[in-house]
Structures are given as C-alpha cells and as structure tokens.
Design a protein around this ligand. Structure first.
Ligand code: AMP
Ligand code: ZN
Length: 114
C-alpha cells in the first residue's frame, strides 16, 4: 500500500532502525519507545489489522510471535520477561494500519493496561 508508513519503512523509503529482517518479516525499533526494549515486528506484506488476517496467514503470525521471543531472548529478557501486544482498531489505540507486534522489555509493565 503506497500510503502506509510501515510499508515505506520496509521499502527503505523512510528510515527505520531495523534489528531483524528476512523474506517475510521486518523488525525495527519503535520511534517512541515505551520501555528500554521496544521493537515492532511487521510482515513485509501489507495487512491492515488483525481483522484482515486469513487462515493462510497462521504461519506468518506464528513466525511473528516466535521472532518476538527470539529477539527478547537475544536481548537478555527471556528470564525476566517481556510483553507482546497487537493493538486492533480504535479502542485498542491502533494508529498505524499495518499489523505490528509490539515487543516491550526492560522494565516492570503494569497490568491491566490503561
Ligand atoms: P499502534 O498504536 O499499536 O498502532 O503502534 C504504532 C507504533 O508505531 C507506535 O508505538 C509509534 O510510536 C510507532 N511509530 C510511529 N511512527 C514510527 C516510525 N517512523 N518508526 C518507528 N515506529 C514508529
Ligand atoms: Zn503497509
């Protein structure tokens, strides 16, 4: 999608602090980090929200979650813990309509969320 911020980061049209990429996924640092580690994992393919996922995407979503665990572990947070979040639509506060898995670590995160 031409007007999507994350598609532009994936395409290298605007800068992103990329920490991991492969044929299907890109992970980059959130520009407004909410924790010492705050990475966003996105599929290269534009998918607007969780509501647009199809059964054929199960492997992709699974890979996103497994990559979150790997990145948190590589950063030393496997034992302490970390949080993974997909926000979907207005009530959850989704602001960028290209699915992204937040990975937050490095401080105690409260629950329930605000
Ligand atoms: P959400 O509110 O779940 O849609 O999350 C969108 C996230 O994208 C927010 O945490 C923003 O800080 C982050 N963000 C917005 N613009 C950029 C950017 N140019 N590079 C990296 N992260 C961004
Ligand atoms: Zn996109």
């Amino acid at each position: 999608m031409t007007d999507c911020l994350f598609c532009k980061i994936i395409a290298g049209q605007i800068p992103g602090a990329i920490v991991y990429q492969n044929e299907r996924l890109v992970a980059f640092k959130d520009i407004k980090a909410q924790a010492p580690m705050h990475v966003l994992i996105v599929p290269r393919r534009h998918i607007a929200s969780l509501n647009a996922l199809q059964s054929g995407d199960d492997g992709l979503v699974g890979e996103m979650v497994r990559r979150a665990a790997a990145l948190a572990s590589e950063a030393g947070y496997a034992e302490r813990g970390y949080r993974t979040v997909f926000n979907c639509n207005a009530d959850a506060g989704q602001t960028v309509f290209h699915i992204h898995l937040h990975v937050l670590a490095g401080r105690t995160l409260t629950w329930p969320p605000g």
